[in-house]
Every structure is written in C-alpha cells, then in structure tokens.
Write a protein that binds this ligand. Structure first.
Ligand code: ASP
Length: 455
C-alpha cells in the first residue's frame, strides 16, 4: 500500500488535477491520497493559502473582505467548472469559506489556522468529487473523523501520539481515501495547522500510521537535485538519499520535502519517493535508511545565508569552568535558539538564525556577555552564509575537507568558520553572504564536475 501526497502546483488547476487522478488510478496500491491547497499556476500567481491569509487579515482589520473571499472562491469555481463538476460543489465550498471567514477571531492565530486549513480541505473535496464523477470509489475524509489529533500550537502544530492509533482505522475504508494535508484537530476541537508546506507532514504521518510500503511525494521537479538549480545550471539528480542526508540538506535550504516530515517516515522506516506529477515515469529520488548505491562521498551541496555569529574571546577561556554554559544561558534567557558553537582555545562562536537577532536583542545580548562573562571581545557578524557538503560516504573518504577548502581558496573565497558535525554526514563552511554563490559554484565544480576526471 502506498500513500501519495500531491503538492500545490499539482492541484493548481483542472488540468493538473486530472494528472493527479491519472497517477492515482494507474496504481491500485495508491489507496490514500493527501492533497495540498491549489498552488501557483504560473510564477507570479498567488497560492490559495496566501489568498486565504490575505482574506483573514482583511476581515480582521475591516470586518469585511468580500473581494478577497471572492478571489478564493473563484479559484475553486474555475477548477470545478473545468472538471465539469456542476454548481453544487462550488456552493458547498463558498459556504464553507464564508462560515470560516465570519467566525470569531478573538484568537488571531486560531482564526488564521481555521482560514488557512480551508485551502487543503476544499481541495480534497474537489478531488474526491472528480474521482466519483469518473465512477471511481473515492471518499473525502475529514481529519476530525479520522482522529488526526494535533497540539493546539497554531501555525506549528505537532501530531499527538494517539493519532497514530486512530488513523489505522483508515485501512478499513473501501475505495480511495482523499485526505486534506496541512492541518488537524486539537483535543478541544479547534483546527490547527502545521508550519507552512506542512502537507508533507500529513502524508508522512499517514504513511507511518498505516505502515505503508512507500510514501510517494509528488511535486513539480523530477528529483531532488544535488544543488540549487537557481544557482547551478543543470545540477545532477540524486537517485537515492538517506533520511540523514535529506535532513542535512533540508536544514540548509533544500525545500523539496518538509524537514519535519522526515521524522515520522524515519521512525517507521517508510521509504519516501519524491516524484514529479508532470513527469510521473521519471524514477524520482528515493529517501531510505541505508544508501547502497555507489560510494561517492558527497551527494549534495546546500547553502543558506540567513545566519549570524556571535564571536566571543577571553584569555584562558579554556580553563574557566562553566563559561560555555553561562554563555548559552544568556542566549536561552533572551529566547534565542542557537545552531552551532565552533570553538578555539580562547574563543567561541555561536551561530544563530539571523532573523532572531534584531538590533534591540543584539544590544542586550552583547551587553550581558560583556558584563556577566567579563570577556575581552564580543562581536556580532551578520550576513553569514553556511555552505553544507552532505554525504554519508564522507565517513569513509579521505580528503573531502581538503578538496573543499582548496576549491574555495582557488575561487578566492575566505572561510570564516569550518564545522564538521560528529556524525560526519556533513561539513559546514561559513562564508560571507555575498560570496555564497561563488563558494557554492566552486564546491559544486570540485565534487560534481571534476571528480571523475581528477579523482
Ligand atoms: N498549503 C500549505 C502552504 O502553502 C501547505 C502545503 O502546501 O503543504 O504552506
């Protein structure tokens, strides 16, 4: 049995929905289908989820949002008409949207989630209706009826353990189950969504709960690429990845598959296959526990330029018991989450996500470190990019770091920081954000273009 999840571009219009249904019907093992909200039809288009957010914001501000609501209804109306579904389903959707919009919005986050969830919920209704119109036994299943229980952390819900048991009952359903992604219900009965892009998480949870043989994640690219195609021309396709490799790549910017969706798949050891709705016969990328294919040390290179670093130096830091703890405690007390802590003898850097470090926070943190830790120097460096080289094969390969640093030196890129995690699945280089692209190109060239020839 397979769980097939389809992303927003796969549901963007009637033509795409027909492709989705063809894919589903081509394999009788595709028993549970998870859908996103209609996404972008073309580059400048707006996703239905974003239309819904705009509608909710306008309603909260002005007590009316007719135009914004109509924009959402129109997306569904067009799809329903092009699928020749008749007017009834559009009425059902329009009423559902109106009811949500005019609900109590005293809790802004809760109200926003109620609105956001409408995107996938109505998408699922349409897909089920279309399959039925083709004479297929298909059923839209409401997450509440299936016991898809989540915490009430609005916009960042977490699945509750008891949901897994509830969801097992889906196996007993006849026909194809069409399940909306992205949201669940709290035990108090309110809707709560996962973080953005969270339909991937729904699919992974269902795959784990139902012990599926495979979780297929259909998107709009043929595979996971070894580097960002917006920076590297025609990057190599990755045929097979381990969960850990995918996790590391996702961390530094690969957005093909939601980071959190890896957890349920990994725990239940369900293989994931990333495939293209627009080219379903392409093999896609398999994400598995163990990678067998080949022994290349590096499978992918990712980068993210949204980091900053707090550099702290103090003579004899290495002898001062508790220094690290006190430093991290200051960050904890200021509500900052840190990422890495590369250190030297008399110095330590703490790397954080830059968006946490506004001017006010920076001032407080720097002052506290100066005063409470009596350091010689403390300095915050913004616009730091992390380049990550990822691959399980690195553990066995000698010279990966040397090749990477040589490539960066040849490209005249200064390395601010080097960090190799203890797992040896990845190696990280901190460079200035304005050198990120140059660094990425140099490293890609070294590991993917020259490797066969020179090594
Ligand atoms: N529609 C939601 C979003 O845009 C969730 C998803 O597509 O996975 O974030």
């Amino acid at each position: 049995m397979k769980i097939a999840k389809f992303g927003g571009t796969s549901l963007a219009n009637a033509e795409q929905i027909k492709k989705v249904c063809d894919i589903v019907l081509a394999d009788p093992e595709r028993k549970v289908v998870v859908v996103s909200a209609p996404g972008k039809r073309y580059k400048e288009d707006t996703k239905v989820t974003d239309l819904l957010i705009a509608c909710a914001m306008k309603f909260m501000q002005d007590g009316e949002a007719e135009e914004q609501l109509e924009a959402v209804i129109q997306r569904y109306r067009e799809i329903a008409q092009d699928l020749e579904l008749g007017a009834e389903i559009v009425t059902v959707i329009a009423e559902d949207l109106y009811q949500r919009m005019t609900s109590n919005y005293s809790n802004t986050d809760q109200y926003l989630d109620l609105m956001k969830a409408a995107g996938e919920d109505n998408s699922a209704k349409i897909v089920a209706e279309y399959l039925k119109s083709l004479g297929v036994e298909a059923e839209y299943v409401h997450p509440k009826d299936a016991g898809f229980i989540v915490s009430s952390e609005f916009g960042n819900a977490q699945i509750l353990p008891e949901a897994y048991q509830n969801l097992q009952k889906l196996r007993e359903r006849q026909g194809i189950v069409i399940f909306p992604g992205f949201f669940g219900y709290s035990t108090e009965g309110t809707i709560a969504t996962f973080s953005r892009g969270g339909s991937d998480i729904t699919g992974a949870i269902l795959a784990a709960a139902l012990a599926a043989d495979l979780y297929e994640n259909f998107t709009d690219v043929d595979s996971v690429f070894s580097a960002n195609p917006q920076v590297i021309d025609n990057p190599a396709e990755i045929k097979e990845l381990t969960y850990r490799e995918m996790r590391e790549l996702a961390y530094a910017g690969f957005s093909v598959f939601h980071e959190e969706a890896l957890i349920p798949a990994f725990k239940a050891k369900i293989p994931v296959c990333v495939k293209n709705t627009n080219n379903p016969t392409a093999p896609g990328t398999m994400i598995v526990s163990e990678r067998e294919s080949g022994y290349i040390p590096v499978v992918g290179i990712a980068s993210n330029d949204r980091f900053c670093s707090i550099y702290v130096s103090k003579f004899l830091m290495n002898r001062e018991i508790g220094f690290g703890r006190k430093l991290l405690q200051i960050l904890e007390e200021e509500g900052l989450s840190y990422e890495h802590t590369p250190s030297g003898i008399d110095n330590i850097s703490v790397i954080l996500r830059d968006d946490q470090m506004d001017a006010v926070t920076e001032k407080i943190v720097v002052e506290r470190i100066q005063k409470e830790l009596e350091v010689d120097d403390v300095m915050v460096v913004h616009n730091l990019a992390l380049i990550m080289i990822v691959g399980e094969g690195m553990r066995r390969a000698i010279g990966v770091a040397s090749r990477a640093t040589k490539a960066l030196a040849a490209a005249n890129v200064n390395i601010d920081m080097i960090n190799q995690g203890s797992s040896e699945v990845s190696m990280m280089f901190g460079v200035r954000a304005n050198e990120e692209e140059k660094a990425l190109k140099a490293i890609y060239r070294e590991f993917f273009m020259l490797s066969e020839v020179a090594h």
